[in-house]
Design a protein around this ligand. Sequence first.
Ligand SMILES: Nc1nc2c(c(=O)[nH]1)N[C@H]1C(S)=C(S)[C@@H](COP(=O)(O)O)O[C@H]1N2
Ligand SMILES: [Mo]
Length: 389
Amino acid sequence: MGTMTFRPRRITLPAFRPPVFTGRPHDARTATAVGRWLGAAFAVCFATGLVSHYLQHPPDWLSNSLPPRPVWGYRLTQGLHVATGLAAIVLLLVKLWAVYPRLFVWPPVRSWRHALERLSVAVLVASALFQVLTGLLNIAEWYPWPFSFVPVHFAVAWVVAGSVLLHVAVKAPQIGAHWRRTSEGTLALPAEDVRDRRSLLLGTGAAVGAVTLTTVGQTFTPLKSLDLLAPRHPDHGPQGLPVNRTAAAAGVTASGLRAWRLEVTGPRPYTLTLDALRELPRTTARLPIACVEGWSADARWEGVRVRDLVARAGGRPGHDGVRVTSLEQAGAYRVMEMGADYADDPLSLLALTLNGQVLSLDHGFPARIIAPNRPGVLQTKWVHRLEVL
Ligand SMILES: Nc1nc2c(c(=O)[nH]1)N[C@H]1C(S)=C(S)[C@@H](COP(=O)(O)O)O[C@H]1N2
Ligand SMILES: [Mo]
């Protein structure tokens, strides 16, 4: 048997030729022009998200000094949070389209500095996409992931905020040139290039406008007739108000309520039947339910002031907070705490009626909390216990 010699042949790969992108829509000026709107949307979204987070999970030092006024405060901030988040989806896609040719820069890494810059952009893009996607699915109440939405959305918001700041710092020279209108010889641009960019920016503005107009009516009721794309319509639901969690979903049934009593604990604990509760002096207030998911609606509520119930149990109005417990067996919003300023506010009610009718089971019969300037998740339904803290 003869021996075969194996001689490896040298394989030469053709030199990689990255695609060439021309045209103004992919240049730094376009990226900057879209980027500043995206930056503004993210800034408002981040700030309003912090408001929402700290109203829902106040640190101890803050829990007794959150402001119950203006009554529409949370409605405004959360409406802005969801509206700017939705606008950011459009802006982010356009921005990524404007800059995606940079994925193909060759060589992919030129220096340490360049590598770090690309890494920071990767973190920015990934975290920004993650935030708008999880936010969007949350307003649709769809959770196709194994983690819990609120803490993860909150944590990643800081990653986005940090990487936006870093990105703006790294790109400061280009951004500065854009503001000074000196980048890439604007004045010398051919007319069609200027038209291209203008068309792209106008199209982007139109898309943001369309998304906003067809969704913002979920919270800005003058535009509610245009609310075609938002998951909720502020008028659709029993007694003219949407319902997030129904009594059935919460496991609350009419028969389970037959033995209902309101228990109030404190220095002088007491129990009230529904008839006895109805006998107490009542207050009427027009207050919104403002859901964290972005819909909100005003309604007329009538009920007993929380501060009267607290005072009757020997609590000190203005000093003591309240823990409120729902009949619901499980669920993140079964137990809620109210700081002293909220508990003492004359508009914080244990409501018995909604828009002139006894509360329906889905709206929290026999009694639910309604308080000014609070996230919907804290407007506890099917209340059966108050504890003076
Ligand atoms: N016990 C209990 N109360 C609750 C909830 C809940 O899941 N359980 N959902 C809250 C949420 S998320 C909102 S937005 C409001 C909505 O009130 P509504 O269904 O009467 O409109 O109720 C809040 N009260
Ligand atoms: Mo909600």
